[in-house]
Each structure stands twice: as structure tokens, then as C-alpha cells.
Design a binder for this molecule. Sequence first.
Ligand SMILES: C=C1C[C@]23C[C@@]1(O)CC[C@H]2[C@@]12CCC[C@@](C)(C(=O)O1)[C@H]2[C@@H]3C(=O)O
Ligand SMILES: O=C(O)CCC(=O)C(=O)O
Ligand SMILES: [Fe+2]
Length: 357
Amino acid sequence: MGILSEAYKEHPVMDSLIVPVDFSSIKDVPESHAWAQSYDFKINSNNDHKELRFLSIPIIDLEDPNVIEHIFSACETWGMFQVTNHGISKHLLKQVEFQSKKLFRLPYEQKIKIVRSPEEATGYGYPRITPFFSKRMWNEGFTIMEKSLVNHAKKVWPNAFQGFCDVMEEYQTRMKHLSNKLMGLLLESLNIPQPAIRESDDDLCTALHLNSYPACPDPNRTMGLAQHTDTFLFTILHQSGNANGLQVFKDGPGWVSVDPVPEALVVNVGDLLHILSNARFPSAVHRAVVNNEKQRLSFAYFYGPPLEFQVSPYLDYPGCKGPVFRSLTVKEYVSIKSKLLDMALPSIKMLPDQNLS
Ligand SMILES: C=C1C[C@]23C[C@@]1(O)CC[C@H]2[C@@]12CCC[C@@](C)(C(=O)O1)[C@H]2[C@@H]3C(=O)O
Ligand SMILES: O=C(O)CCC(=O)C(=O)O
Ligand SMILES: [Fe+2]
């Protein structure tokens, strides 16, 4: 999605909110990264729901004959599920992990050479949502979209970039394939006739984002990735190294831990699928916390329709009371999200009288 930067250009991010600190040289959590003590780091903090304490998101076997029903129910209840039998080999996941470790282990001066530029989408840096929070996150990331990959890799490994590029390219190809399959299942679960979303495969908005959460001296004072919803249709996430960290917010129990399940990948609903489903599927509010033992890595693959695609709520289902959101292009939504973050969805809600015909 080279042209995704067209949508970001209107809201360039200041350099100081992109360039991470050198985490390898930090012995204590600095003020810049110390979140308020009142910040809710706890899991299942709502004591009224003790019985929900051990809740977990559904695990769905993609070869289950009832996969459509399971996906519908998981998306409606959680906006998130884990999938098994997804066809991504353990070997490839290990290679992505190996190459990512190699990248984040580079000396600081090297990583700085591939910092994301203020209007761009790809490269090394703090999470994109950083400007919306007064404190920095305990996270360094690297975003890959097709064209940028080789250029960035050449800057840090002029003679040895190929290994990194081959693995990341292979992973993106496999992820796109799995995403096309999941998209079909998600649309079927919503009874939406397969639209043009997947016709122009080349123009799809896809991105691979590698997250690294360095081991933190005081994990209860800082946040790995602050709460957010993902922008596109859905995200496929691999939590590497069996390290906990991901949490999803559910009304009632509060923050629920999404523990890594060997061989499973996490799938979460993003804002565009929330709009397309006419709010029947929640866009999963999630975050990542850190630990003091070891670095945690996660790999997120974002999948969306082409930038010019018009996203409209689908209304042909029993009990539909009219559109919850106005329709808009992907590009317009990305631009609104860069400006408003969690107020983006409320800002495109239809007013009650706009639904009267
Ligand atoms: C395609 C994208 C989705 C993403 C913004 C990005 O351009 C590349 C990084 C993605 C990420 C990863 C961490 C959380 C997130 C909210 C962020 O700040 O950057 C997501 C973005 C998103 O879903 O909008
Ligand atoms: O690291 C995680 O578990 C969450 C990552 C995430 O939410 C993202 O990259 O959008
Ligand atoms: Fe996310």
C-alpha cells in the first residue's frame, strides 16, 4: 500500500514522536515512559465479574465444518478469536521471529537509519498512535509494505539484505492468502455477497508490522502498546515466544488476557469490518502490556480493501434498523483516523434523523 502515505500526509507526525529511545541503554523507566499510577494496568479489574475472570477468546479450527457459525459468534461477542489449521508453517513463523530479532538487535545508530519519515507509513519507530498519548510506549516497531522493504533492508545490511527480505516477502504472501480465505468466511458469516473487495488483489491495503517490547525494569509503570482499535478490516497477529502481553477489552469483565496458544494465530476485527457489518461485529479494543523478564515480539498483518474502495454498512439482515455509519472510502477513513483516533468511528455515525426516509 505505497499510496497509504497519501492518507497520512495530511497529518505528519513530529520526529520526536517517531524516533524511539535507545531501550538497550535504559536501566529505569524514564519519566517520558512512566504512565500515571491511576492508569488501569490490571486484568479483569471489574470485581463484580469474578466469575468471568477466567474468560478467554474462542479458538476456531478453520477445518471445522461449522467454522462460519463459530466465526460469526466469536466476532459478535469478542471481535476477536484465535485460529488453528491456518496453513502457516511453524518453520516460517520461526524464520520471521529470527529475522525480527536480528533487526531489533541492531545497534541504535543502525536502526535510526531506517526511521519512518513524518508523512510515511513504513520504517522503524514508535507506534503510529503515539501523538495521542502524553507518555511514550515501551515499544519499537518496524512497518513493511511491499516497495519499501528492500530499500530499508539495504540501508542496514548493504550486502546481506536478501535473507530478511525473502522471509518477510514469503510471510506477506502467505498472510495475504490466509486473509483472502478469512475474508470469504467473514463475509459468508454476515451473509454479504462476495463484493469487489478481493477482485483487485494488487491494490489491497495490506501491511506487516513487527512489534518489539523490550524487557522492562518496571512493567507496572509503563505501557507496551496503548489501547486502540486497528483501522483496517481485520488483523492477523502472531504472538511470538509464548510470551503473554496482549489484552482485549470486554464490557463487564474489563481487560481479558489473550494468552498465546501454540500453533494458533489471533484474528481481530478492525474498524472497517465494524462499519461493513453495521456495528454487529465490534472493532476489538486491545493493548499490550510488558514484562520484566524478556523481550516480547509480535507480528501484525493488516488487511484492508483498496484505498478508493467505498465502505458501506451492509443492511440486508433481519432486524436492521438502518445504517449506523455513513459510507466513505478507505482513504477518507484512514485520514479521519489519523486525526481523531478513537473518536473516528463516533465522528462518522449517522444521526438518528438521518435514518428517517
Ligand atoms: C497499516 C497500518 C496499520 C497501523 C498503521 C499502519 O500504517 C502501520 C502500523 C499499524 C499500527 C501497528 C500498531 C497499532 C496501530 C494502531 C499503530 O499505531 O500502528 C496500527 C495501525 C492501525 O491499525 O491503524
Ligand atoms: O503485540 C500485541 O500483542 C498487539 C499488537 C497490536 O495490537 C498491533 O500491532 O496492532
Ligand atoms: Fe492492534
